[in-house]
Ligand binder design. Structure first.
Ligand code: HEC
Length: 462
């Protein structure tokens, strides 16, 4: 339940979908994007950890997901980790997603079609219209796309990211001016009275061990114990590197501490209040305000590589669709609530890139079992358009396409109805730039008008 102490401030995922990739209400998140269990750590510095994930579930051996053959016996945590979100039903996939689906999708889409601001080297490789099979041929010698090759490519890229030009690094290399006197004092607090270095050992600023800081009750998250089954591992989490931690806006695996001053309060108190199996290295700290300020300056500024902060090579990257405002498709206009005063939800977050076999549009939060019509037109209705008091967002004069379906969900129950129209997009350049306007009309006998409507969605093919 939201707004209660066990809330997580973790990383966002995708809207829940079933084994056929149709939207499905999630008990906690309904038709909103699901939230993962924990705040995702940065992958920069991931290469130096023998095991990855807060709970150590990527122990460093990497098996081919198709054959189960061991491809890397140890040191392959990045490879192992890199594949997991792709199939995961919360992070990127849907229930029961298979590698065949992923490989078919990659075979059909244009690389980086969803991204802008491509780094020059990426843009140069794609300039001739190269598709994934050609890119795999260039990297591996033949065009076959396999999950193992995807993992090798992702992990190899991640290993090129070496954030070793923070002020602390330059200071260690013999430039005494690289850190300010305040930061030098902060470093001395870090390595002295603050005791931070006992665990966050310089230069990775992690000893790569798993430790219990007493942050949350064990019942909420067992940490490493969930992976190993060992009682001694209860509540232990992977110690993150503190490199570039000044660029984060929330801290620790639960993400609830949204300022570094809160982290310092946490450590000053000797860690969290859940004492079972808490690490004995944690001791209450007595720091003066000046020492706190120095420590803060050191951790937040002296450990940050300016190339990471400014996203310059090798840390340059494209801007993703999800970062752009407005995104490729967006909602517009009002809807009209139906039974139970529920507003039918327009589910239109899948990008309409040509060749996308996963394209779909859905409706949720409507009357269970009701008939629905999806209006698809080439023009939006003038703002304020209503028919029998129902808000309409698609221009009905432009001979829209009507798709009639019947909602799933318990019949007659307000908000229980939902359905998905799956529509794999042809890889036809002639469709590029076409904009469709879409809206769901729910034939809802529970309201006087006999109909409810969703908001409109503008879908631009590209
Ligand atoms: C007993 C070992 C230990 C000591 C001592 C320790 N830390 Fe940590 N630190 C950890 C572990 C383990 C985590 C991850 C815990 C989690 O999320 O459950 C962590 C997380 C952090 C984070 C959050 C990083 C992120 O990416 O979210 C910061 C910041 C941090 N520590 C700073 C400090 C500072 C500053 C000190 C000294 C005052 C310190 N730590 C002392 C073990 C320790």
């Amino acid at each position: 339940m939201l707004g209660t102490p066990d809330d997580n401030f973790a990383s966002p995922g995708v809207i829940q979908a079933d084994a056929t990739n149709r939207y499905e209400p999630d008990p906690a998140f309904a038709f909103n994007p699901q939230v993962t269990r924990r705040a995702t750590p940065s992958f920069i510095t991931g290469a130096w950890f023998p095991q990855l994930s807060w709970d150590g579930r990527f122990p460093g051996s990497f098996r081919d997901p198709l054959t189960n053959q061991v491809l890397i016996a140890s040191g392959g945590a990045l490879e192992d980790q890199s594949l997991r979100p792709i199939l995961d039903a919360v992070e990127m996939g849907h229930e029961g997603r298979t590698w065949n689906e992923v490989l078919a999708k990659l075979g059909g889409v244009r690389p980086m079609a969803l991204a802008t601001d491509l780094p020059a080297d990426v843009a140069a490789v794609l300039a001739g219209g190269a598709r994934y099979p050609q890119l795999f041929a260039a990297a591996f010698g033949d065009p076959t796309i396999t999950p193992a090759r995807i993992a090798f490519a992702l992990a190899t890229y991640e290993r090129t990211l070496v954030p070793d030009r923070a002020p602390w690094d330059e200071f260690q290399r013999g430039n005494p001016a690289a850190m300010t006197p305040n930061q030098v004092a902060g470093m001395n607090v870090f390595n002295g009275i603050g005791r931070c270095n006992l665990c966050h050992v310089p230069g990775l600023f992690s000893d790569t061990q798993f430790r219990n800081l007493g942050l949350r009750p064990l019942a909420q998250d067992g940490g490493l114990q969930e992976t190993t089954g060992n009682l001694a591992d209860r509540g232990r989490f992977k110690m993150p590197s503190l490199r570039n931690v000044g660029l984060r806006s929330s801290f620790l695996h639960a993400g609830g501490l949204t300022g570094f001053n809160l982290v310092l309060n946490f450590y000053a108190a000797g860690g969290g209040t859940n004492l079972d199996n808490k690490d004995p290295l944690l001791q209450p700290l007595v720091l003066t305000q000046q020492q706190r300020g120095q420590l803060t300056d050191f951790v937040l500024n002296a450990l940050t590589d300016p190339r990471v902060q400014n996203e310059v090579s090798p840390f340059d990257r494209p801007t993703l669709l999800s970062e752009r405002v407005p995104p490729a498709g967006f909602l517009f206009g009002p809807g009209t609530p139906g039974s139970g005063n529920r507003l039918p939800a327009m589910l239109a977050e899948v990008p309409a890139n040509l060749g996308n076999v996963d394209f779909r549009i859905g409706v949720g939060n409507a009357r269970g079992g009701a008939p629905v019509t999806l209006l698809l037109g080439l023009r939006a209705a003038p703002p304020g358009t209503q028919v029998n008091g129902v808000n309409i967002n698609v221009d009905l004069g432009s001979t829209p396409l009507l798709v009639n379906l019947v909602l799933g969900g318990a019949p007659g129950v307000a908000g229980a109805g939902y359905t998905t129209l799956s529509a794999p997009l042809p890889d036809d350049p002639a469709l590029s730039g076409i904009v469709l306007f879409a809206q769901w009309i729910v034939w809802d006998v529970g309201v006087p008008a006999g109909a409810a409507s969703s908001r409109g969605a503008q879908i631009r093919f590209f």
